[in-house]
Design a binder for this molecule. Structure first.
Ligand code: GDD
Length: 344
């Protein structure tokens, strides 16, 4: 059976991918960064099935060691400083991890096992200020953040090692993908967590930044299947993974409130825009300029035709089902939190 090495295994995508590969009989190795307290994150429930290796994307020696220990046939590079907003505060760290880190991993593969297949988590953020609608594998890139710029380097070095050294390397250009395991700094999970808190009476208002930003949102569980499929082909290639649908942040919030039985109407403009609960007249959404970005990606919508036709990939979780899953999970989590606080 095959060995897989996943960087970023304790994140949302790492956890769904680890579950998928374990179900296919892989021996799964996962890279963790050393912290004072061990952080299994989203793989805590399957930690006994995974072989963990301490390493860091910025330390090539540790990655060479990880390749030696794991004897990996496939490497999935999901480790990143993945929050776009933080990339303006930590541009150098973002570059070292998201750009140079990719070369470190590729060099480790080249040295230890050049037959090892490599998946790079590329992103729709590389399209940034979009040059075509919808975006596909041929759309020119125009990144709008230090994160997007770093990821663009990762994309090109992955392609370059394929062309220069004949390595089997693939870029998955994944559009936004969410789910119950998403971190709360990202807008979708921030919304579903806060909607649950408002519904259960422990928060009054959801504060957001740019309500007009449009994203193509799918579910992470569907998207990790595409990663796996990319590494099972005869030839390596790059693929867009998306739903082909786009919605505003405002739409996402409105639908999330609907899932808990609240109808929210929006009025006003710019920083004065508010969302009002029509049943009570209370303001439940406000704009907070602190969440605006120095440069924004206004519209993303991907065309997944190539992945569907060549990989046979198809998404199974609709947008509506995804919001439903996220809201119901957060209602359960927040209820538990309230009960626990009450029993203290
Ligand atoms: N996080 C956040 N918080 N975003 C907000 C908020 C808020 O309060 N209010 C509005 N937004 C807007 C952001 O300005 C952005 O336009 C959009 O919501 C989505 O933001 P995020 O959920 O933080 O995701 P992202 O699109 O910047 O990046 C995610 O998707 C990329 C793929 O396109 C991340 O997962 C990246 O790592 C990934 O590459």
């Amino acid at each position: 059976m095959k060995n897989a090495l996943i960087t970023g295994i304790n994140g949302q995508d790492g956890s769904y991918l680890a579950e998928l590969l374990l179900s296919k009989g892989y021996t799964v190795y996962g890279i963790l960064r050393r912290k004072s307290v061990v952080d299994y994150g989203n793989v805590a429930h399957i930690k006994d099935k995974i072989k963990f290796i301490y390493a860091d994307m910025t330390d090539v020696v540790s990655l060479i060691n990880a390749m030696r220990i794991s004897q990996a046939d496939e490497v999935y590079n999901l480790a990143a400083q993945s929050f776009v907003a933080t990339s303006w505060e930590q541009p150098i760290a973002t570059t070292e991890i998201d750009a140079v880190g990719v070369t470190n991993m590729l060099e480790a593969i080249r040295l230890i096992n050049p037959k090892c297949r490599f998946y790079q988590a590329s992103t729709s953020e590389m399209f940034g200020k979009v040059q075509a609608i919808p975006q596909d594998e041929n759309t020119p890139f125009y990144p709008r953040s230090p994160y997007g710029v770093s990821k663009l380097y990762g994309y090109w070095i992955t392609k370059n090692y394929r062309e220069s050294f004949g390595l089997y390397t693939c870029n998955g250009i994944l559009f936004n993908h969410e789910g119950e395991r998403r971190g709360k700094e990202f807008v979708t999970r921030k919304i579903t967590d806060t909607v649950a808190r408002i519904k259960l009476g422990c928060q009054d208002c959801l504060e957001l930044g740019n309500l007009n930003a449009k994203r193509d949102w799918g579910h992470s569980k569907d998207y990790v299947r595409a990663m796996y499929l990319m590494l099972q082909q005869d030839e390596p290639d790059d693929y867009v993974v998306a739903t082909g649908e786009t919605r505003t942040v405002r739409d996402f919030a409105k639908i999330a409130f609907e899932k808990v039985g609240m109808n929210v109407e929006f009025s006003g403009e710019g920083v004065d825009e508010i969302g009002t609960d029509t049943a009570t007249g209370k303001v439940v959404v406000k704009v907070n300029p602190d969440f605006f970005r120095p440069a924004e990606v206004e519209l993303l919508i991907g065309n997944p035709k190539k992945a569907e036709e060549k990989l046979g990939w198809k998404r199974e979780i609709s947008f509506d089902q995804m919001v439903e899953r996220m809201v119901s999970t957060d209602l359960a989590l927040v209820s538990r939190e309230i009960k626990l606080a009450g029993s203290l």
